[in-house]
Design a protein around this ligand. Structure first.
Ligand code: GLA
Length: 729
């Protein structure tokens, strides 16, 4: 049983294969958090809590004369607000009389078979025979008719526990929800480090590791998207934890909008970890009878270091988050014209690019930005999703036919959530763009943002996108989003509901994607937001791959893909071979290296192959063969980080689930005169089974490879790379 409940129905232990999580309703019905970590027997652990009279901690009325009982020090599942826990609250309520108070106590519980769903939001789902289990605990607010349902979904095999909350106003008067986080975990003891992933446009998801002390460590976004600047995922770990050893806890938010996540020690050394929608610019009115569902947090624990945690997340995301026809089906190798042409193209140029790519074996043409409206630069046209038939020398249907006639699939770029002021759409519906009356809006890339919470906006977009998809039999859509969101004002919302707009925007985006996918079940959706500005588990529920970064430099990509790999599988990362000197960095790297780096993602090309040498064309063919050969490993295998960015020899690898094969990619990022040996680690091969290494033909037992690795015979030059395979013999 994944959910074990004591006979008195007050202690709950969630069991996965390798982890346990325990909470308990105490004598005053406070829901205490007692344990999260390595798997243990489901025995009550209340004695872990040290009780003493803590000055200035305060005691709730029911504690009577017991000064050792204080909400301010207890580890809790749902810390309230304004009633004696002075630490970070999780759910904050303003009542009709203006008071701000929330005191939650255990009321009842229910166990449900299967994973729970969240209306309008992504959530990890069951596949096939494998059914998760859900525990729903209902908490009552002591002085109002607000109930909070705490959801815990258990995915045993993946060692994942999902969390969310649903806040229901069962009273007669409206209540204002000022903060509604999805998850709170109070770690009673221990010193911890926090690893989060910072970045910027074209340089996303760089891990940063800091100790958790008494000053809060917090990341978040108020950009309307999960953001380039901080990814909505973090790891709390033992300060000694490495890739291979030590306790670590992952928190990954399945949501694509504003978020906050952080950790802080309290006065007695307890560490409170939280994640949820950012309370900044969030204010939700819960009318009588209304309920609010928060987005889902995916929690996972590994006692085996970051690699173990990564495998758990990769398995969960591949199997229980990504959906659709391409969940496991082989993704087509694509050619994208963006870096090949930018806005400067016509039909002839595009068809030539497609023809050359097809000759070399590439399977899909993706026509990027610039095919619609008046769009010869990024200053105009967004919103006018009508083919520019002059530029495209005919209809999109005709171009689609031509591409399909080559035997290629056809993909198209859209940026549905955006509008340029210089567009017919804006001239017709200026009020569809987000802007605050009486204020000039902030522009990003010269564009404004559509109010995706409005149904007529979504209706227009659905009609436009679906009619083009139908007309040109589009196989793939790259759904872009190229600015941060501000100037929030909902023309349809009453003033007291303005604080709901950021969230309603995300719900609107999800709804439109869901509707399109329901109508076009074969469609492959690629997410994108100036590269990786919305790379999150929420988006992966709709788009099983996301353009990882606008930075295509193979050496910078080592850092970006490394950081991305902690939570997200290689098969979710869009990665392309582009031209040199690289357009973002000016760096020149070998064609082979660009290929090797891109092969660890959803592979493609982003250059005009008519312009490369005959030798490079030959390399394209070889790369396509490598893509096929290693697809199973890169897209379904276990991922191993074998070096860190900054090391002179960067390396990572994949091992097949049945451990019959492995591959390792190495890239030399720096060289010195009189070079030292270059040595590569290998991980994950089975002990007691023999493997031949493609690099030197040597056969060793898996234990030997795992412990000794491989010494290169010849030192790689700067930016040179190798792809090495181990096969069981
Ligand atoms: C964003 C994307 C790029 C490209 C351009 C087009 O920056 O990340 O890949 O599609 O928009 O304008």
């Amino acid at each position: 049983m994944a959910i074990q409940i004591s006979s008195d129905g007050r202690t709950f232990t969630l069991q996965t294969e390798k982890s346990s999580y325990q909470m308990m309703a105490d004598a005053h019905d406070v829901l205490l958090h007692l344990y999260y970590g390595r798997k243990i027997a489901a025995e009550n652990l209340e004695e872990r809590i040290f009780r003493s009279d803590v000055g200035f901690a305060g005691n709730p009325p029911e504690a009577g004369e017991d000064r050792t009982y204080s909400l301010d020090v207890l580890p809790q599942e749902l810390p309230g607000s304004g009633v004696g826990d002075y630490r970070e609250d999780m759910v904050r309520l303003y009542h009709a009389d203006g008071s701000c108070a929330a005191d939650f106590r255990f009321e009842s519980y229910e166990v449900q078979e299967g994973a729970y769903r969240i209306p309008g939001l992504p959530a990890a789902y069951d596949t096939g025979e494998e059914k998760g289990e859900t525990l729903v605990i209902t908490m009552r607010e002591t002085a109002s008719a607000v109930k909070v349902k705490l959801y815990y979904g258990v995915f045993e095999k993946e060692n994942v526990i999902t969390r969310t909350v649903c806040i229901e106003n069962q009273g007669k008067e409206a209540v204002i929800l000022d903060k509604a986080l999805s998850c709170n975990v109070d770690f009673l003891f221990g010193n911890w480090d926090l690893i989060y992933f910072e970045g910027r446009h074209a340089m996303e998801r760089i891990p940063e590791r800091v100790p958790v002390r008494h000053a809060k460590v917090e990341i978040g976004s108020i950009r309307g998207t999960s953001s380039h600047q901080y990814n909505p995922a973090m790891i709390l770990c033992d300060p000694a934890a490495t890739e291979d050893f030590g306790s670590c806890y992952g928190f990954c938010f399945a949501y694509s909008g504003n978020f906050v996540a952080g950790a802080q020690k309290d006065q007695r050394g307890l560490t409170r970890v939280q994640m949820g929608i950012n309370p900044v610019q969030f204010r939700y009115t819960l009318a009588a009878g209304e309920a609010f569902f928060a987005p889902q947090v995916l929690m996972s624990y590994s006692s085996e270091g970051f690699t173990g945690l990564t495998h758990q997340y990769h398995d969960l995301i591949r199997e229980h988050i990504c959906r659709g026809a391409y969940k496991h089906a082989k993704r087509p190798v694509l050619i994208n014209n963006w870096e090949a042409t930018y806005f400067d193209f016509d039909k002839e140029k595009i068809v030539k690019i497609a023809q050359q790519a097809h000759e070399l074996g590439i399977e899909m043409l993706v026509l990027d930005d610039g095919w619609f409206g008046k769009r010869d630069s990024d200053n105009s046209g967004l919103g006018d999703w009508y083919t520019n038939e002059k530029k495209m020398d005919g209809t999109m249907g005709e171009l689609g036919d031509e591409i399909h006639a080559l035997g290629m699939k056809f993909g198209l770029w859209f940026e549905p959530e955006m509008i340029n002021e210089d567009s017919d759409l804006y001239r017709a519906h200026p009020d569809w763009a987000l802007r605050i009356p009486g204020r000039e809006p902030n522009r990003g890339r010269d564009q404004l943002v559509l109010d995706m919470s409005r149904s007529e906006v979504r209706e227009y977009l659905y009609e436009r996108i679906s009619s083009i998809l139908n007309e040109a039999k589009i196989d793939y859509v790259k759904w872009d989003m190229n600015r941060s969101v501000c100037d929030l004002f909902g023309h349809e919302l009453p003033p007291e509901r303005m604080g709901e707009l950021y969230h309603r925007f995300v719900l609107g985006v999800y709804e439109l994607k869901e509707r399109l996918l329901a109508h076009f079940p074969q469609l492959l959706l690629e997410g994108c937001s100036g590269g990786g500005g919305r790379f999150d588990a929420g988006m992966l529920y709709y788009a099983p791959q996301i353009w990882c970064s606008d930075n295509t430099d193979a050496i910078n990509r080592l850092t970006i893909q490394y950081g991305t790999s902690f939570f997200y599988p290689a098969g979710t990362m869009g990665a392309h071979v582009s031209a040199v000197p690289n357009h973002q960095t000016g760096r020149v790297t070998p064609f082979t290296t660009r290929g090797h780096v891109a092969l660890s993602g959803t592979f493609g090309y982003e250059l005009d192959l008519n312009l490369v040498s005959a030798e490079e064309k030959q390399m394209v063919k070889e790369q396509l063969a490598e893509f096929d050969r290693y697809y199973e490993l890169t897209h379904e295998g276990d991922y191993y980080r074998l070096a860190k960015p900054g090391e002179a020899l960067m390396a990572w690898g994949f091992v097949a689930k049945d451990q019959s094969r492995a591959m390792v990619t190495v890239v030399s990022t720096d060289v010195e005169g009189n070079p030292l040996a270059q040595h590569v680690s290998v991980k994950g091969l089975a002990e007691g089974r023999n493997y031949r290494c493609s690099y030197n033909g040597i056969v060793h037992d898996g234990s030997v490879w795992n412990s000794c690795g491989l010494t290169l015979k010849k030192v790689l030059k700067e930016y040179e790379s190798l792809l090495i395979e181990w096969t069981e013999v």
